[in-house]
Design a protein around this ligand. Structure first.
Ligand SMILES: NC(=O)c1ccc[n+]([C@@H]2O[C@H](COP(=O)([O-])OP(=O)(O)OC[C@H]3O[C@@H](n4cnc5c(N)ncnc54)[C@H](O)[C@@H]3O)[C@@H](O)[C@H]2O)c1
Length: 328
């Protein structure tokens, strides 16, 4: 049954015939995948990975994709016409990464983050529903759970986001739940912890700041006593999780992290050890509302067949190598 733009309801995934994968080892055909936010940090790794296995990959992003051989719609997904241009008939799946990712920006501009992270997501889902695109993998965050103190975060917790960023990711997850139930769409939300690794030079997150300080000098600010715990997942492990999400046979929500949290003090120590640089640090007062710990349980993701390959130490070493090779 050919899907028509403007039909009241798209075909269910089973009617549309979900093709391509029956588990990673039983690849049956090349997939056509759209990566939104494909020009970003995680997106560039995902595009590279999917192309390397032979998929036909296209991108939609505010910024052009660095490799011009990858078809890219350059535009703002808050305009419905951009979603219409990017989601084309015959697509097998969408990997949805485009978002305003700054928590601080989300606090300062909640309306902008809502339109990018929720309204644009709804436009994409609608395009997919109308054209019968069966699979939708989404980058969510462990922050949907909110402040759980030092408790372990898994998929069973209630969603109590504390920032507009977390709220928009939770809202998008609710849309996926509805599109899975109402239209049979195979939606997979991956709740990432802190993603880091090669290609994060323009990022403002802590591992990028440590790498820049090791390269160029400078002092790292550590909030409070530096004993707050965080989970860091290496970017190729995150990209593998997205590839894994495209192969799942049921809608699902997976927590994706290293499964091993380290304190800021420990992260600083590891960065000094790996780089061989004594990176200066100063302790400054903690930020109000900062979570004391992010400790995640990744056993559900493991049970579905994904697991991280990088320890934090190995990941920092790979990131350092990348920073050094791209310096000067
Ligand atoms: N990096 C992390 O630690 C982390 C953790 C949890 C979840 N995530 C999620 O993973 C996804 C990718 O994150 P990233 O670190 O690669 O971020 P990024 O900022 O590097 O990439 C996001 C991309 O989306 C594009 N984009 C933003 N708004 C757009 C719009 N309106 N229309 C079209 N394109 C738009 C940007 O141009 C950018 O290239 C995001 O959804 C983010 O919320 C990231």
């Amino acid at each position: 049954m050919p899907a028509r733009r403007g039909s009241v309801r798209g075909p269910r995934a089973d009617e549309a015939g979900v093709r391509g994968y029956h588990g990673e080892s039983e690849r049956v055909s090349t997939l056509r995948i759209l990566v939104t936010g494909g020009s970003g940090f995680i997106g560039r790794h995902v595009v590279e990975r999917l192309r390397a296995r032979g998929d036909d990959v296209s991108v939609v992003d505010l910024k052009p994709f660095p490799d011009p051989s990858v078809p890219c719609v350059v535009g703002d997904l808050r305009n419905r016409s951009i979603a219409e241009e990017a989601v084309t008939e015959g697509l097998d799946g969408v990997v949805h990464l485009a978002a305003i990712t700054s928590v601080l920006q989300s606090v300062n501009e909640p309306d902008a983050v809502f339109h990018t992270n929720v309204v644009a997501t709804e436009y994409l889902l609608e395009e997919c529903r109308q054209l019968g695109v069966a699979r939708f993998v989404f980058a969510s965050t462990n922050a949907v759970a909110g402040d759980v103190g030092r408790a372990t975060i898994d998929e069973s917790l209630s969603l109590r986001p504390m920032t507009p960023y977390g709220a928009t990711k939770a809202a998008a997850e609710m849309l996926f739940s509805a599109y899975a139930s109402s239209y049979g769409m195979l939606t997979v939300a991956l709740r990432f912890t802190n993603v880091y690794g090669a290609g994060m030079q323009t990022k403002d997150s802590v591992i990028a700041r440590l790498m820049r300080a090791a390269l160029a000098g400078g002092t790292i600010q550590v909030y409070g006593d530096g004993e707050q715990l965080r989970d860091y997942v290496y970017v190729t492990d995150a990209a593998r999780a997205i590839e894994h999400g495209l192969a799942l046979e049921e809608p699902d929500v997976l927590t994706i992290g290293a499964g091993e949290s380290v304190s800021m003090n420990e992260l600083h120590r590891l960065a000094c050890e790996v780089t061989g640089v004594e990176i200066a640090k100063e302790h400054v007062p903690g930020k109000p509302g900062e979570m004391p710990a992010v400790v995640v349980d990744i056993s559900h993701a493991r049970a579905t067949g994904w697991q991280p390959e990088y320890t934090v130490r190995d990941g920092i070493a790979a990131t350092w190598q990348d920073f050094r090779s791209s310096d000067g």
